[in-house]
Design a protein around this ligand. Sequence first.
Ligand code: ATP
Length: 345
Amino acid sequence: MEGIAIRLRDLRKSFGETTAVAGIDLEVRDGEFFSMLGPSGSGKTTVLRLIAGFETPTGGRIELAGQDVTGLAPFERDVHTVFQDYALFPHMTVEQNVAYPLRIGKVPKAERLVRARKALAEVRLEGFGKRRPGQLSGGQRQRVALARALVGRPRVLLLDEPLGALDLKLREQMQVELKELQREVGITFVFVTHDQEEALTMSDRIAVFHQGRIEQVGTPAEVYERPASPFVASFVGTSNLLEGEAAHRVVGTPGTYSIRPEKIRILKESADADLPEHTSATGTVAEVVYLGDVTRFLVDLDAGGRLAALQQNLETSSADVAAYRGTRVRLLWHRRHAVEVPGSR
Ligand code: ATP
């Protein structure tokens, strides 16, 4: 059986009148890359700070590796936090920065140096040890912060939007590297982000936060393909819901259905859509957006409601797309791709 790195039980935190965390139960497994995903203000950072011990819970319990740490100080917990601003010491060299936690931990000097160099090699920064943080790029500073976090081999690494300050290209590169690094070192990573794509790319599992609660925990595929609530369906991936009367008319039963845009095929209105296990609906193209690899169509259905559908740009060029606006089309999808979203009105 896999071990549990972190267990939260009915965890709560209020700041005066504001409820930041409204009762959370969660288990993060040993060695997992676990993301906490949610919009600004949904309570992710507060949960991270509670796990680290920087905040005291209003209620509930925090266990690390089976031990109740709810009342322990941060330094008594086997976790390390990487902040978005990296918090490096500007007057120290890279090596000294990385070795710092070991110095505090009274590790002998020679060993400190060996371990700092090893950590720097892990984040691919060999040869940078003698520089100061001011002489590094943003991405390199990020790696130093990671090396410093890894050097003491904590059981759990907490990362609060660590890639937030990087530009998009570097960010995408660091996503891949961070995931590889996590796999190599085998440490449990808990990663806070508001970027759903980032969470989908990197995580073994994701918890989706909304208003101080967790609405769903699952693998990226589970969260994307089987959203457990209307909020998850709209926050993760493009919101594409068929609701109310439109759902009733098109799907045949009332409810709210999520259909991911890439699961929908766009055909001529006159196309034969009489395929087994498929559903089709006619409509008028309201908007067409050329996105390079794909084109996104927004279609107003005759039955009511609007759906987005993606089409691969095998032949299309940006010059063609405007001509589709206002045309009549038929949307087609396999029945299993219209996923009923629980908990909707
Ligand atoms: P973001 O992505 O913007 O960091 P978040 O999901 O991490 O958002 P939190 O920072 O955990 O959200 O904040 C949750 C709620 O708690 C917000 O309403 C916030 O204003 C409030 N809050 C957080 N810290 C404090 C504090 N120290 N004092 C008062 N209110 C706070």
